[in-house]
Design a protein around this ligand. Structure first.
Ligand SMILES: NC(=O)C1=CN([C@@H]2O[C@H](COP(=O)(O)OP(=O)(O)OC[C@H]3O[C@@H](n4cnc5c(N)ncnc54)[C@H](OP(=O)(O)O)[C@@H]3O)[C@@H](O)[C@H]2O)C=CC1
Ligand SMILES: Cc1cc2nc3c(=O)[nH]c(=O)nc-3n(C[C@H](O)[C@H](O)[C@H](O)COP(=O)(O)O)c2cc1C
Ligand SMILES: C=C(C)CCOP(=O)(O)OP(=O)(O)O
Ligand SMILES: [Mg+2]
Length: 350
């Protein structure tokens, strides 16, 4: 493949800086579309018959054990600030044995000097780590070689293929040729040395789409549904003309709520490793997502906000999430996540 031009790689790199800045400074959360979990409530157990101190939050995902069912969702890399954020997040993931993803590594393929901002394995030797690239890049000259480089960069346990058609529609000079991607994903998956995970970016994966992706060889799904960070709004904030700004506004609330994605993917694939994400903001959201059928739950924005504050803020956030999930298990009388999933404790409200 021809090396990208300097201006291509400079644009990609400055987009990475924009994404962090806009997420931290602007209101880019969905407004009217929620994650859908508010439509569910746990049945309270006034006699749990367990000791809260015996509750076990561990989960196994793609063969690796986590101490809590939490994923630090794919976010960043490619700038100096992003490298510091990744290092902090990786240290947190190692300390608590959480899973972690890095942001899209396209920037490091275009500009190899920034590869070390993604090289977090040294900070997180025991962690389930996910590499990341846009599936659409398979239509823009990327193939197995680039994916292998991306995986090697962090000695990743799996490769996330992010799928973001709406975001690319609004992004200035976005990559919008999504033709024939399923076939290319299929060919790639048959040659990859690690599992591929299909992930949206906040607009959701339906059961019908998950079925196609699984048939194409992806070994896990991250629904990344609507209700949290709106990438239409983020790109709207980066608009270079009235059309892009208008699209950002019109589609600010577009997508399938995370709760609907989880139930519809679980209905067609009872055993696929399943990540819930998109608008999960506390441990109660996480516990509901797991009771609905997810194996682990990912949060992006809350970890970003804490990461730019301090390592202590990251630890505080994680301690709170763990305490909230533990409290749900205790007050529903479940000693571990497997019991929670099969307890029938979660009720859909009318
Ligand atoms: N759909 C969206 O996401 C929009 C977001 N914005 C953002 O709001 C900020 C201020 O906007 P400005 O144009 O100065 O004037 P206003 O804040 O007065 O908003 C103008 C229009 O946008 C709607 N709006 C404002 N905030 C949001 C939001 N968070 N989500 C969805 N719709 C919203 C308002 O609807 P209501 O009166 O019902 O609150 C109103 O109709 C900017 O950052 C802008 O990008 C602006 C317009 C639309
Ligand atoms: C600053 C930032 C950068 C992101 N970059 C990526 C990315 O490169 N690749 C990706 O798959 N998702 C990326 N995401 C999307 C998140 O992984 C997640 O799917 C989305 O933000 C919804 O989750 P949330 O509501 O918890 O933020 C990014 C999110 C943030 C906040
Ligand atoms: C930020 C999110 C949610 C996904 C990736 O966005 P980009 O479109 O900027 O990623 P690359 O093209 O650099 O892979
Ligand atoms: Mg892209």
């Amino acid at each position: 493949m021809n090396p990208p031009t300097t201006s291509d790689s400079a644009q990609t790199q400055s987009r990475k800086a924009d994404h962090i800045r806009i997420c931290l400074e602007e209101d880019v959360q969905f407004r009217d579309t929620t994650n859908g979990l508010e439509r569910y409530r746990f049945t309270h157990s006034c006699l749990p018959e367990i000791d809260r101190n015996d509750i076990d939050l561990s989960a196994t995902f793609l063969g690796k054990k986590l101490n809590a069912p939490l994923l630090i969702s794919s976010m960043t890399g490619g700038t100096e600030e992003a490298g510091i954020i990744n290092q902090r997040l990786a240290g947190l993931a190692q300390h608590y044995k959480l899973a972690m993803g890095v942001g899209s590594q396209r920037v490091a393929v275009e500009k190899p000097q920034v590869a070390d901002t993604f090289a977090i394995r040294k900070y997180a030797p025991d962690v389930l780590l996910f590499a990341n690239v846009g599936a659409v890049q398979l239509n823009y000259k990327y193939g197995l070689d680039e994916c292998l480089r991306i995986i090697d960069m962090l000695e990743a346990d799996a490769l996330i293929l992010h799928i973001n058609p709406l975001q690319e529609c609004i992004q200035p000079r976005g990559d919008v040729n999504f033709r024939g991607l399923l076939d290319k994903i299929n060919q790639l998956c048959s040659k990859l040395p690690v599992p591929a995970i299909a992930k949206e970016v906040g607009n959701g994966i339906s059961g019908a789409m998950a079925e196609k992706l699984i048939a194409a060889g992806v070994q896990a799904i991250d629904v990344a549904g609507a209700g949290g960070t709106s990438w239409a709004k983020v790109e709207g904030e980066r608009a270079e003309n009235a059309m892009q700004r208008r699209l950002g506004r019109t589609f600010a609330d577009w997508g399938m709520p995370t709760a609907e994605c989880i139930t519809s993917v679980r209905a067609i694939a009872p055993h696929i490793p399943l990540i819930a994400s998109g608008g999960l903001r506390d441990g109660l959201d996480v516990a509901k997502a797991i009771a609905l059928g997810a194996d682990i739950a990912g949060l992006a924005m809350p970890f970003l906000q804490a990461a730019v504050e301090s390592e202590a803020a990251l630890q505080d956030l994680t301690e709170v999430l763990i305490a909230e999930i533990t409290t749900v298990l205790f007050c529903t009388g479940n000693a571990n996540l497997d019991q929670l999933k099969h307890s029938g404790s979660l009720q859909r409200l009318q």
